[in-house]
Ligand binder design. Structure first.
Ligand SMILES: Cc1ncc(COP(=O)(O)O)c(C=O)c1O
Length: 398
């Protein structure tokens, strides 16, 4: 009898080992932003079917194995949450990274000679997308707190004001959850005479909780963004990566939007074949929780982050957080702590992300591990969160 590789004698033990690793590391995996409070297993029966949302979300494909009717409801929810004026467009993507690529493709379709401007704190998918699309980029310094340096941005914009400028604003940077001020950026660009401009809000990390916060900073489409993206596996904790892009509608007839006869739906997305489970999962969580349930979860995360910050202060471990953030930035723990608590770390700073499902007890356990180490170390120095002096007053352009 021939055996395939996937039917080997130790398959079960390998799969069991993987499950044990995932379960065994879950309680200390609080450095990466994935909510763990939502059980998607009621969708397990659908695993018996291929769900492929190939093509444009508005037009069903010929094959019946898709979830586009659910996808359209998901998109309508986000268009509403991010106050997209009619007409708007968008689709469920494979993640924030693809959403960023699709957003920059839209920007390029409007401004083929546009220059992408992003900060040093932008996610790595932004320079990659610009490179793939052949767009030139200007990288502006981020302030120490993670926000873009507005004065430097304005200087570059003024220098290139005759070219279209495509700004990517961070709505929650990956490392500190800093939020760039979209309204202020639009004003700066107008002040220096940039007429042709496109602004993409990369809200992969913080878009949902921020939009549900009282008095959120301006970052949505009514505030002046042209497009906005979120990740589905972060605040919504879907067990597979996915994302959403919502954008102002504009004419894309000049793009290769052919309707492949074989699929029957226009090829308007980056990937073509798309994950129908992602739309179903997003629909489920939005449907079950609604805005009130999501808002409650956002508040929980913010309060837990406040608690974590306080716990770290209490033990003398340098830390800080932005208002509204679920992220707490802390001085990088020693390797012996990191080996159990895998926290993303750069330049002496690490972070935890207090996503829904993370518990006070997990925070307490990390604090206890740090307190133990702290006793063995000299008094920790302050963690630098100072604001770039040039930006302190947010002066206009000379
Ligand atoms: C600010 C920001 N943008 C984009 C992404 C990429 O999102 P995804 O992992 O969904 O591709 C991330 C992920 O960490 C992020 O933090």
């Amino acid at each position: 009898m021939t055996r395939t590789v996937l039917n080997g004698p130790d398959d079960n033990s390998r799969l069991g080992g993987l499950l044990r690793r995932l379960a065994g590391t879950a309680s200390t995996n609080i450095g990466f932003p994935a909510a763990v409070d939502i059980d998607y297993r009621k969708l397990a029966p659908f695993l018996g079917h291929l769900l492929n949302n190939a093509g444009d979300p508005d037009i069903d494909p010929i094959h019946p194995h898709h979830t586009k009717e659910f996808e359209r409801e998901v998109l309508a929810f986000f268009a509403n949450l991010f106050r997209a004026p009619e007409p708007w467009a968008g689709y469920v993507t494979s993640g924030g990274s693809e959403s960023n690529l699709a957003a920059l493709q839209l920007a390029r379709s409007r401004y083929p000679d546009g220059i992408v401007v992003h900060s040093t704190a932008a996610h790595y998918s932004i320079p990659k997308a610009a490179h793939l699309l052949g767009l030139s980029t200007i990288v502006v310094n981020a302030q120490p707190n993670g926000e873009i340096d507005y004065d430097e941005l304005a200087c570059h914009a003024e220098l290139h004001r005759r070219r279209p400028i495509i700004v990517v604003a961070n709505i929650g940077t990956t490392l500190t959850e800093a939020v760039d001020d979209v309204i202020y950026i639009q004003d700066l660009l107008a002040d220096v005479g940039v007429h042709d401009r496109y602004l993409h809000s990369d809200a992969a990390l913080s878009g949902i909780p921020l939009a549900l916060t009282d008095d959120p900073p301006g970052f949505d489409l009514t505030h002046g963004a042209d497009s906005i993206c979120i990740s589905g596996h972060k605040f919504l904790g879907t067990p597979m990566p996915c994302g959403v892009l919502i954008a102002r509608h504009h004419n894309t007839d000049h793009l290769p939007n052919a309707v492949p006869a074989y699929i029957g739906s226009p090829d308007t997305t980056i990937t073509g074949s798309r994950n129908g489970f992602a739309s179903l999962m997003l629909w489920l969580v939005l449907h079950e929780l609604g805005r009130p349930g999501l808002r409650e979860r956002a508040q929980y995360g913010q309060e837990l982050a406040q608690y974590a910050h306080q716990r770290l202060q209490d033990i003398g471990w340098p830390s800080w957080r932005h208002p509204h953030a679920l992220t707490v930035v802390l001085r990088t723990p020693p390797a012996s702590v990191l080996s159990r608590w895998p926290l993303p770390s750069m330049d002496g700073r690490s972070h935890i992300v207090c996503m829904p499902g993370v518990s006070h007890s997990q925070v307490d356990q990390l604090a206890a591990a740090l307190a133990e180490k702290g006793k063995q170390m000299s008094r920790p120095s302050e963690l630098d969160r100072s604001t770039h002096p040039a930006c302190a007053t947010r002066v206009g352009i000379p």
